[in-house]
Design a protein around this ligand. Structure first.
Ligand code: ATP
Ligand code: MG
Length: 409
């Protein structure tokens, strides 16, 4: 039985990055032997074991054999006669298909080191097309490694495009699409994930609401980049630069979905896109089973982003209404996240990336000030229930009125 380090740990060491986990492959062994040695089985689909001390993952070498068309149209075989080379052959990308022996020797039959040096994401073999999850992984690795200069090899992109054309992407299960998307949103270039999906045609299949934004114009005086899809990608890039949490990044992705359904006659204006976006967000979130917190923040951002952008021009009454409609007093943290998403929107415009966004600080101050509204016990005891609410409201309004507005940039 031989054991090799494989996958991300080998790749990341060659890239000079710290690996977050180590994956091992076991050649010439059986499940029984591993169990007898104290390894604990975890995989439901494949024999994967946890090391009794380190808890690291050990997988039996496997071989995949195509049995029919489409997703899951292959069987996976495990037996002690499967070689390391066979195991590496069924892996997705060459940079992920390098193995390392105990003494540090690299086994690299698919040119992974050369592709690391050339900064190329390339499929290991035509078997790549047997599993559409690999398209999502490809896009996710492109998002992660774009800052290091990695791009997708044209042949791999062409293969992904063929897979999509053959309908393979339709078979992706929603949970997996979301799982990969959530991880991709957290990478340094989440925009690249969506760009790669678009380049191979998968975006139209898994995120039709986002795909539709490409080719939709916006007024050039506000949006020098014009194209709505390009704008959303710039916003995502800004969100990553600002180290926004994933919920915010998802809200950024979804904030302009309504622009995809503006009647063409109204282009390049998008008068009602805030309300038109809501059913699209709901459809996307239901389909992919996006968690409720992400959906809520996305809905709120979609509804309120134009109001937030106008914050410095709003009358105090309207500022209070914005706070109330956003449930900002009870959900202060979500409100802050929404403001951050709005900043990403404002700065996700060509040439305006560094333009200050005082609206965010102003509305934070307005929320904090209004939240301190209190009534003295004398006043309270003299008022009925509904009158208390009205009195609090007018106190909040006074506090907002008293705020100094930053000068309009
Ligand atoms: P990370 O740093 O995200 O853990 P990783 O490359 O280690 O990256 P894992 O998801 O941990 O990715 O998978 C470990 C290895 O298993 C990969 O490097 C790859 O070789 C292989 N692999 C995982 N999923 C697939 C897949 N769907 N198709 C082919 N190979 C895969
Ligand atoms: Mg890994």
């Amino acid at each position: 039985m031989q054991v090799y380090l494989v996958g991300g740990a080998v790749r990341d060491r060659l890239l000079g990055r710290e690996a977050k986990e180590r994956d091992w492959v076991v050649v010439g062994g059986t499940a029984e032997e591993l169990r007898a040695a104290g390894y604990r089985p975890v995989g439901r689909d494949f024999p994967v074991f946890l090391h009794p001390q380190t808890n690291e993952e050990y997988a039996l070498a496997r071989r995949e054999r195509k049995t029919g068309p489409g997703y899951r149209g292959f069987v996976t075989e495990f037996s002690p006669d499967i070689t390391l080379e066979e195991d590496l052959l069924r892996r997705d990308l060459t940079i992920n298909a390098i193995a390392q022996t105990e003494d540090g020797t690299l086994i690299d039959p698919h040119g992974g080191q050369a592709d690391i040096a050339a900064r190329v994401l390339r499929h290991v073999s035509p078997a790549f097309s047997e599993d559409p999850v690999r398209i999502l992984r490809l896009a996710r690795f492109a998002a992660r490694f774009a800052p290091l200069g990695f791009t997708v090899h044209p042949d791999t992109l062409a293969l992904a495009r063929q897979m999509v054309a053959a309908g393979e992407a339709n078979a992706l299960v929603p949970e997996r699409v979301w799982q990969e998307t959530e991880r991709a949103l957290g990478e340094q270039r989440p925009d690249v994930f969506f760009q790669v999906l678009r380049d191979c045609g998968a975006l139209a299949v898994v995120f039709p609401e986002v795909d539709r934004l490409f080719g939709v114009p916006q007024p050039p005086q506000w949006h020098p980049e014009v194209d709505t899809g390009v704008h959303v990608l710039l916003c995502l890039q800004r969100a990553a630069e600002l180290e926004a949490p994933v919920t915010v990044r998802f809200a950024v992705l979804a904030h302009d979905l309504g622009k995809g359904v503006t009647p063409q006659a109204d282009w390049p204006r998008h008068i009602m896109h805030e309300s038109r976006g809501l059913p699209l967000i709901d459809a996307l979130c239901s389909r992919l089973k996006v968690p409720g917190a992400h959906r809520e923040l996305a809905r709120l951002t979609c509804q309120q982003h134009t109001n937030v952008h106008r914050a410095l021009q709003l009358r105090p009454e309207t500022v209070l209404k914005l706070l109330e409609e956003s449930d900002a007093f009870r959900r202060a943290e979500r409100f802050s996240e929404m403001l951050l998403a709005c900043q990403c929107d404002a700065q996700g415009r060509t040439g305006l990336e560094e333009k200050p966004y005082p609206q965010r600080g102003f509305l934070e101050k307005a929320r904090a000030a209004a939240a301190t509204a209190q009534l003295s016990s004398d006043v309270l005891s003299a008022l009925s229930g509904t009158a208390v609410a009205a009195a609090i409201r007018s106190r909040r309004l006074e506090l907002i009125r008293a705020l100094e507005k930053p000068s309009v940039a």
